[in-house]
Ligand binder design. Structure first.
Ligand code: ADP
Ligand code: MG
Length: 289
């Protein structure tokens, strides 16, 4: 009986959060590197399905870096990164699209469906969901061509809203479409930030393979709160590097674009989404203006 009462208590404690987030959009980026084993994937999918069934509106963006690297190796194509962005020639683009759309996207959709969620997979080409142009990142201050890497110019939010309203969970692969129908590879964190802003999401949560943003990758301590100013200085000083750069920049963009709560959390922690959304203190790094 006591055990049952405890369960009832836990549900009641979640009530204020369920009320607060009812009908609200939560954009979730599930990375690449955090998709480490089936057990974890299952726990993330359970959390997302639960969010949908209690009346929230989850929209999932996935990455797929490690899978793309594996496929590129199989095809004998080298992987190169500049500031966390993949240098993407035509062949790399084709492989990235094959893996992200053909494999990773369907895997996430299938896992959500197995949990009882009604998921639908899309990439930015479908319905012109993610329109973009070539992105020229600044490398040592110089705008640099790194191939088919896109910068989002427009998100067709209507498509996502239509699906979500129909009870579906949109699962989006980070591929954009250019003005001439060409595919662009876009960092999934960047896309997640853009989509959160376009959807006027309540929350953006980026799941990754580290506890949160830290002063050094090996430090035990995480920075539980970061301002936009902190982010800029930590990038300049080199504290934030590699794949963490597009991640924190996606967070900054979301904050500046009006998303209420923006977090980077540890996707390796089972049920990290529930811990973040339904507990007072939350986990990981919270971004503020
Ligand atoms: P994901 O697949 O989740 O996008 P990435 O490898 O692209 O993962 O980015 C997360 C990685 O960023 C971490 O595993 C870590 O090695 C690296 N990183 C760089 N700087 C930091 C920092 N200051 N705090 C935490 N992680 C950092
Ligand atoms: Mg990354």
């Amino acid at each position: 009986m006591q055990e049952l009462m405890k369960k009832a208590q836990i549900l009641v404690e979640a009530l204020p959060y369920i009320q607060k987030f009812f009908g609200k959009t939560v954009v979730i980026k599930y990375g690449g590197n955090a998709m480490i084993n089936d057990e974890l994937k299952n726990s993330v999918m359970e959390d997302i399905t639960l969010l949908k069934y209690i009346g929230m509106n989850p929209v999932v963006i996935h990455g797929g870096g490690p899978e793309i690297n594996k496929a590129l190796t199989t095809f004998g194509i080298e992987s190169n990164f500049i500031d966390g962005l993949r240098v993407t020639d035509e062949q790399t683009m084709q492989v990235a699209q094959m893996v992200l759309v053909g494999k990773t996207n369907k895997e996430v959709v299938s896992l959500l469906n197995q949990k009882g969620g009604k998921a639908i997979g899309l990439c930015g080409i479908d319905g012109n969901l993610i329109e973009c142009e070539k992105y020229l990142p600044l490398v040592n201050g110089v705008p640099t061509d790194i191939g088919f890497v896109g910068k989002v110019t427009n998100i067709n939010t209507k498509l996502i809203e239509m699906l979500a309203e129909d009870g579906l969970i949109p699962v989006i692969a980070p591929i954009g479409v250019g003005a001439n129908g060409e595919s662009f590879n876009i960092n999934a964190d960047t896309v997640a930030g853009d989509i959160a802003v376009a959807l006027k999401a309540e929350k953006l949560i980026l799941l990754t393979d580290i506890e949160g943003v830290k002063l050094s990758v090996t430090s035990e301590e995480i920075l539980s709160e970061l301002t936009i100013e902190d982010v800029k200085s930590h990038i300049d000083s080199g504290v934030i590097s590699g794949g963490m750069i597009p991640k924190v920049l996606g967070c900054v963009e979301a904050i500046e674009g009006g998303v209420n709560k923006v977090h980077i959390i540890d996707g390796r922690q089972p049920h990290c989404l529930l811990l973040e959304i339904f507990t007072k203190h939350g986990i990981g790094t919270l971004f503020t203006a």
